[in-house]
Design a binder for this molecule. Structure first.
Ligand code: B12
Length: 315
């Protein structure tokens, strides 16, 4: 036997009408009906509502909280027509998207995306967008694809990534603040956006400054803000090691030492010669997003000490 909505409202502190509205709008769960036709909620339903409420109390909007829980597979994905069920479906979806973009078929690409949105954002980024962009990069370098095709694809994927970040509200309002920028002279911004989204999904409040920002301006902005904890610099194009070291060291010198700086992306591989440490005069060098886990864990621990255990409990 389940709980009546009045009991659920009392237990969770969420008004009855709000529960009904969330259920309808976000297709949260299928509520069972008792013989007398009253709605009956299970323990799982109540727990889910409590988690959504806890995230909202932390500063997330309802839609962000639900997106986040969907990412963590706590809430089933909203039903989608024609949803591919296995990896094969994702690969087909990626190939279809690639094909549409190569033919400048925006409507077809939108349709291909509609069939992929049931996936968690990180899977769409890593298993759909990245293969498209790498294939495009290789094809462009070998002369198989034109610059116009590359630009069309980049513009389309930039829209999608921007939409993801918008949907996440740039991360929770009260999350720790991270400023994301690409390095000066580098006009690639998609890897940076991918990282920004992954950070927002991990509870960071993201400020994305986009591509090609001079380090002096970046540092000025960071110094003027009181809440920045972390600065992310994305380096896509490889440049001579000495030049990259000079730029990163200049940035580090201009930013207060209590703010962490991480440089990453394919272009930092020039710093990974055998004689080099992974830290560069106070700059953490992490080529891939996963390499940054240790740095993020360290910052989380600091936050735990500063805010006390309650602030980070729950999800
Ligand atoms: C799209 C693209 C462009 C677009 C960018 C549009 C935009 N709005 O961003 C445009 C057309 C502008 C462009 C321009 C150029 N490009 Co270009 N471009 C690409 C392409 C196809 C995709 C890049 C991309 O977005 N990748 C997708 C992202 C999601 O992947 P990613 O950057 O690797 O990021 C992931 C990780 O690396 C990591 N990560 C990224 N940043 C960070 C940061 C941190 C802190 C951490 C921890 C992790 C992390 O996380 C991400 C998600 O997993 C690549 C091909 C390729 N193989 O990547 C070439 C490529 C990067 N470009 C290249 C070149 C040469 C250029 C140009 C110089 C071409 C020219 N002659 O004009 C110019 C550069 C101009 C400049 N000054 O920057 C070369 C670079 C070669 C090299 N030696 O470095 C590549 C590799 C193509 C090739 N095969 O030769 N490009």
């Amino acid at each position: 036997m389940g709980y009546r909505i009045k009991t659920v409202a009392e237990r969770t502190g969420i008004p009855r009408n709000t529960i009904l509205a969330w259920e309808r709008r976000y297709e949260l769960f299928d509520v069972a009906r008792a013989a007398n036709n009253f709605r009956e909620y299970s323990d799982k339903d109540v727990e889910l509502l409590a988690r959504i409420k806890a995230l909202c109390d932390e500063g997330y909007r309802v839609s962000e909280a639900i997106s986040l829980l969907r990412e963590r597979s706590v809430v089933a994905a909203a039903p989608t027509v024609g949803q591919p069920s296995a990896l094969g479906g994702v690969v087909d979806g990626q190939q279809e998207l690639m094909e549409r973009l190569l033919h400048f078929d925006r409507a077809g690409a939108d349709r291909a995306m509609e069939r992929l949105w049931f996936l968690p954002f990180e899977r769409i980024i890593d298993d759909v967008f990245l293969p498209c962009l790498h294939e495009m990069g290789d094809g462009w370098a070998q002369g198989r694809y034109s610059i116009t095709q590359e630009h069309f694809m980049s513009a389309f994927l930039r829209d999608q990534l921007g939409g993801m970040l918008r949907q996440l509200g740039g991360g929770p309002e009260h999350g720790q603040m991270v400023v994301c920028s690409s390095i000066e002279g580098d006009s690639h911004e998609l890897g940076l956006l991918a990282v920004a989204i992954k950070l927002a999904l991990r509870g960071w409040r993201v400020e994305n400054l986009g591509a090609d920002l001079p380090v002096v301006e970046l540092a000025r902005h960071v110094r003027a803000s009181e809440s920045v904890r972390l600065v992310i610099v994305a380096v896509t194009v490889k440049r001579p090691e000495a030049e990259l070291r000079r730029v990163l060291n200049a940035l580090r010198a201009l930013i207060p030492s209590e703010i962490s700086v991480v440089a990453g992306g394919p272009g930092v591989s020039v710093l990974h010669g055998p004689s080099h440490d992974s830290a560069l005069d106070g700059v953490h060098v992490c080529e891939r997003f996963e390499d940054m886990a240790r740095v993020l864990a360290g910052l989380d621990a600091v936050q735990r000490v500063e805010r006390g255990p309650r602030a980070i409990s729950g999800s």
